[in-house]
Design a protein around this ligand. Structure first.
Ligand code: CA
Length: 222
């Protein structure tokens, strides 16, 4: 799924290109409105991330055009002092906005929410040859379906939502607290992780890496 990033700040561009590619999106960057217009004509995309202050104009004008001509969802990337303007900008049909500096996880969840609302929800989570369909709850590895318990599924889908991120044992325990119905202790977590790995045949491939004394991480370079 492609995202067009319209932004003229090189540091933000670098950060977002890295972040979004880690999340499995293709990113094309435009540094000016005219570059953005050219990109929009050339490439199909699912969403536009749009800065407001651009070298050859403001993002509001481009937003109207994107909504009218391409009917694409837009998320504004905005500076704090532009927040008041951007609220008005939402009347132009933008779906959402984030204020710089934003937290990566927040931006990613906003993007996913906007894509879902627009029927472009990325219901597939992938890591290596493991694929989770979050709509059907089915898990496949290399095309073979794997049956997981609710607990195993919850842990795997959380970790696959953020490949490469270190999940501490405490974070995982907090995450599964809601669905487990009763207290999951550290030992239960170890056993659950072991079973999950056996089901994924993880022993040799090490898709779920143990970070000693810290927690677990899904490897992205499988
Ligand atoms: Ca700017």
């Amino acid at each position: 799924m492609r995202i067009i990033l319209v932004e003229d700040n090189e540091a933000i561009i670098l950060g977002l290109e890295y972040l979004l590619s880690q999340e499995g999106y293709e990113v094309n960057t435009a540094r000016t409105i005219s570059q953005a217009e050219a990109l929009l004509r050339q490439k199909d995309c699912a969403l536009v991330l749009l800065d407001i202050g651009l070298p050859d104009g403001d993002g509001f004008r481009l937003c109207s055009k994107i909504r009218e001509a391409y009917r694409l969802p837009v998320i504004f990337l905005t500076a704090r002092e532009e927040e008041r303007d951007v609220v008005r900008g939402l009347d132009l049909g933008a779906e959402d906005y984030v204020i710089k500096p934003f937290r990566n996880r927040e931006l990613v969840s906003r993007i996913k929410a906007v894509l879902r609302r627009n029927g472009k929800g990325d219901s597939l989570l992938r890591c290596g040859d493991i694929v989770i369909n979050t709509e059907t709850g089915k898990v496949n590895r290399g095309g073979t379906e794997i049956t997981l318990t609710r607990l195993e599924y919850k842990i795997l889908s959380s970790m696959m939502s953020y490949p490469g991120k270190l999940f501490t044992r405490d974070e995982i325990l907090a995450d599964i607290w809601d669905i487990s119905g009763n207290f999951v202790n550290d030992n239960t977590l170890s056993v659950t992780m072991k079973r999950l790995r056996e089901k994924l045949e993880d022993s040799d491939a090490q898709i779920i890496r143990t970070v000693r004394g810290m927690g677990y991480r899904m490897e992205t370079n499988q």
